[in-house]
Design a protein. Structure first.
Length: 375
């Protein structure tokens, strides 16, 4: 096995670019600023609206790459207990997530009374708040409290599924299973990728389950093992075969993006020349954005919602001012994401912290609903 790092500035640069794309996709998707500014750049707005969401596939592939690096870099489980690994992941995800949703609930309540636009979430219900706090909103048919939070639930499902696969292989009895645990686990991952890309990902009604997205996530795992392997030919062949067959069966742009992302990661991270480029100082802001991309992803909708409400309400007929408002919303989203990253995400969370913020989310939502009823 090579000594290639599991995490590099190049990975963070990729996440930073994907984060920028997602924020601008939501700025184009959720008006009214984008509706008013659209005549200034109709083609760009249309591209962001229709294709900006494809950046999620980049996050899925990178997520699988990092999961393989942390859970099973050699193909066998490196964690001691599946339950502990899953619980730690839940807590790390849910603390900044709950903080961001509290902010979104408050901002939505502030703008709901004076801005009539479909992008403003409705008043939350108790069942909706509980479902969102537990990452179950799509599974139980409740609306999300913020844009993009479905991804957090899917990430948790994918991570948990991966943990259970490796823990299950490790629990198999017999000396043969123990000797071949790495190959068995990797074989199951490859089979899961094939099942997802060739079957489950073609059923739109399954898009709230991990199996729908496991193809892209698993391609990221294969990319990690290709980077780590002395020779990458076998893993590259598997990635191309799995992705190429999926596109031949049913061409999907999201699968093409995931396939290209996985292949680019392998070629880039196996290239000493490319890896060295990512360390240049001029890329530092993009690397930093990648490191805090989760926090930016979580908090940007609340910031964009407030900017949309203010600018769209005060200047409803000025495309130029609304375009500037979109730019301002983007900059403020990065600032808010940095605050959330430094103050919340970087700190090691605990179950008590998670429960406190989940209770705060539910309580804030109920207070908003009660205050509206009293008004």
């Amino acid at each position: 096995m090579s000594s290639a790092p599991s995490r590099s500035p190049l990975i963070d640069m990729v996440k930073g670019l994907a984060c920028i794309t997602i924020v601008w996709h939501h700025l184009a998707f959720y008006g009214p600023m984008s509706d008013i500014a659209q005549p200034l750049a109709p083609s760009l707005m249309a591209w962001l609206y229709d294709y900006g969401r494809m950046a999620v596939q980049v996050f899925l592939v990178v997520g699988g790459y990092l999961a393989a690096a942390s859970l099973a870099p050699l193909g066998v489980a490196r964690f001691d207990h599946a339950g502990n690994a899953i619980a730690k992941r839940f807590v790390r995800l849910v603390v900044p997530y709950a903080v961001a949703l509290v902010l979104t609930v408050v901002v939505s309540a502030l703008v709901r009374t004076w801005v009539a636009h479909p992008s403003v979430p409705d008043e939350p219900t108790l069942s909706q708040l509980l479902a969102n706090a537990l990452l179950l909103q799509d599974l139980v048919g409740e609306d999300a409290l913020s844009a993009g939070v479905w991804y957090v639930a899917i990430d948790f499902q994918l991570f948990s599924l991966s943990v259970l696969v490796w823990a299950g292989v490790r629990a198999l009895p017999g000396a043969w299973a123990h000797r071949h645990a790495a190959n068995l686990a990797r074989g199951l991952i490859v089979a899961g990728v094939a099942a997802s890309l060739w079957f489950f990902n073609r059923i739109a009604g399954l898009d709230m389950w991990a199996l729908y997205f496991f193809g892209a996530y698993g391609l990221g795992m294969l990319a990690y093992w290709a980077v780590r392997a002395p020779r990458a030919h076998g893993w590259l062949a598997a990635i191309v075969l799995l992705g190429g067959a999926a596109l031949a069966i049913d061409y999907r742009g999201r699968v093409a993006v995931a396939l290209v992302t996985a292949l680019c990661l392998v070629f880039a991270l196996r290239s000493e020349r490319v890896r060295s480029l990512s360390g240049l100082s001029q890329w530092a802001p993009l690397v930093q954005l990648g490191q805090m991309s989760y926090s930016v992803f979580l908090v940007h909708f609340a910031v964009c919602l407030l900017a949309n409400a203010v600018v769209g309400h005060l200047w409803p007929d000025s495309p130029a001012i609304n375009a500037l408002g979109m730019l301002l919303a983007f900059v403020l989203s990065l600032a808010a994401g940095r605050w959330l990253y430094l103050r919340v995400e970087q700190h090691v969370p605990s179950w008590s912290t998670a429960l406190r913020w989940q209770a705060g989310l539910v309580g804030t939502g109920l207070l908003v609903a009660l205050s509206n009823n009293w008004a």
